[in-house]
Design a protein around this ligand. Structure first.
Ligand SMILES: Cc1cc2nc3c(=O)[nH]c(=O)nc-3n(C[C@H](O)[C@H](O)[C@H](O)COP(=O)(O)OP(=O)(O)OC[C@H]3O[C@@H](n4cnc5c(N)ncnc54)[C@H](O)[C@@H]3O)c2cc1C
Ligand SMILES: NC(=O)c1ccc[n+]([C@@H]2O[C@H](COP(=O)([O-])OP(=O)(O)OC[C@H]3O[C@@H](n4cnc5c(N)ncnc54)[C@H](OP(=O)(O)O)[C@@H]3O)[C@@H](O)[C@H]2O)c1
Length: 350
């Protein structure tokens, strides 16, 4: 039997149709977070909760034309890809093979440029083949699956926050999120990126889930599976976002589970009051109970921002081990190491 990893790949992705997509963030939010439903009927893809998918995006045609104009090329030039030896028109090559948002390293450009405005500000004459040779490959983008296949056999759900920012006076779009959330692709090329152990370990396992922002995605899948299969393990979700009124992703789902006593919910809305409240502040507030859960064998999951949230959550876990367990710093670190060794400290961070 072909393994799931081998079924589809970067070289041979499955073409999934977007069945539906809608905004999860409300008007007035500073963010644009989408729920995306991909149809995988007939693909043979079998995923577990906690898995991710890779998507292979295409650039926006407007950006491609802007880049071609800046380069004073028409896009019909035929180039040879130096990595594969295959021939493409330059327009097709720009579409989905190379990154045209980053300026090639050789130009030593400031990081806040895209290729098109760098060329406009620094005119140069390059042939189609020369620019094709300089551009780096367009890489896949990864997204946590926000559904359970037992609930949606032919669908993969995603929770995607749009990357967009201003630099040099221009609005820039993240390639993958713009493709998924704003463009009208006929299909989204995808392949599965299975997680090793970021998944529900067994029916009886108690789960502590730390998932601020889009980090909540896999836990939606976890809870769909737990609900449908009637798992006996306890569930505790720490969710955080900016404002309750506009950014409470999947509010009805969590509130329904909480009202049925299937989920303990700790909510950190960072911008609803003067002082920021983050998920780790609530962990500290609930430290005695959290420590009790961990002592009883709970699994501790973290998903979302790697650059600050995951580090702060880890530091808080160490603080809790010191305060509640009476450990010194070295012993608290050993506790965490042991938790990891037992497969009870699991992270999917980006
Ligand atoms: C395992 C894994 C799971 C993930 N799961 C999810 C998920 O469930 N949901 C989700 O939304 N994302 C998720 N991500 C992140 C996702 O893969 C992409 O990295 C993200 O969507 C941005 O991709 P993009 O193509 O839109 O942006 P890109 O085109 O890659 O642009 C991003 C780049 O833009 C630049 N940039 C961004 N903001 C600014 C700024 N303010 N100022 C200047 N420059 C800036 C930076 O150079 C940054 O690297 C996950 C990542 C991994 C690795
Ligand atoms: N690698 C990539 O290319 C890429 C692309 C897109 C996103 N990301 C990362 O993915 C993360 C997820 O984005 P998101 O928009 O879904 O959510 P997010 O930015 O993580 O925000 C969710 C909540 O977490 C809060 N927060 C900020 N700093 C925190 C900290 N140190 N500890 C705990 N909570 C903190 C935010 O508060 P405030 O906003 O009020 O501070 C907000 O309430 C982003 O932070 C980003 O770094 C990475």
């Amino acid at each position: 039997m072909v393994s799931q990893e081998a079924l589809y790949s970067k070289a041979s992705p499955f073409l999934a149709k977007i069945e539906d997509r809608f905004l999860l963030s409300m008007p007035g939010s500073l963010k644009e977070t989408w729920h995306i439903i991909l149809n995988i009927a007939g693909s043979g893809i079998s995923y577990k909760v906690g898995d991710s998918i890779a998507i292979l995006p295409s650039h926006d045609p407007l950006l491609i034309e802007k880049t071609l104009q800046a380069l004073r090329l028409n896009g019909n030039e035929i180039i040879i890809c130096k990595r594969t030896g295959l021939c493409f028109s330059l327009r097709n090559y720009f579409k989905s093979h190379v990154s045209i948002t980053r300026v090639p390293r050789d130009f030593k450009a400031p990081e806040d440029y895209e290729l098109w405005d760098y060329i406009l500000d620094n005119p140069m004459s390059l042939s189609a083949q020369e620019i094709a040779d300089l551009l780096p490959p367009l890489l896949p983008r990864f997204y946590s699956i926000a559904s359970a296949q037992v609930a949606f056999p032919n669908e993969i759900h995603l929770t995607v926050v749009v990357t967009s920012y201003k630099s040099r006076g221009y609005l820039r779009n993240g390639v993958g999120t713009h493709f998924l959330c704003h463009m009208q692709p006929e299909a989204v090329p995808i392949y599965l990126q299975p997680s090793k152990d970021f998944t529900i370990p067994h029916h009886e396992a108690d789960l502590i889930m730390i998932g601020p922002g889009t980090g909540v995605a896999p836990f939606r899948g976890f809870m769909q599976k737990r609900f449908i299969e009637n798992h006996s393990g306890l569930n505790w979700l720490f969710f955080g976002e900016q404002k309750r009124a506009t950014d409470f992703l999947y509010e009805d789902f969590w509130m329904d589970l909480s009202s049925k006593n299937l989920l303990k919910l700790s909510l950190a809305f960072s911008r609803d009051q003067e002082e920021k409240i983050y998920v780790q502040n609530l962990m500290l507030k609930e430290a005695p109970e959290l420590w009790e859960w961990l002592q009883k064998g709970s699994y501790f999951f973290v998903c979302g921002d790697a650059s600050s949230m995951a580090k702060d959550v880890e530091a808080t876990l160490i603080k809790i081990a010191q305060n509640e367990g009476g450990f010194d710093l070295d012993k608290a670190h050993l506790f965490l190491k042991d938790l990891r060794k037992q497969g009870r400290y699991l992270r999917d961070i980006y």
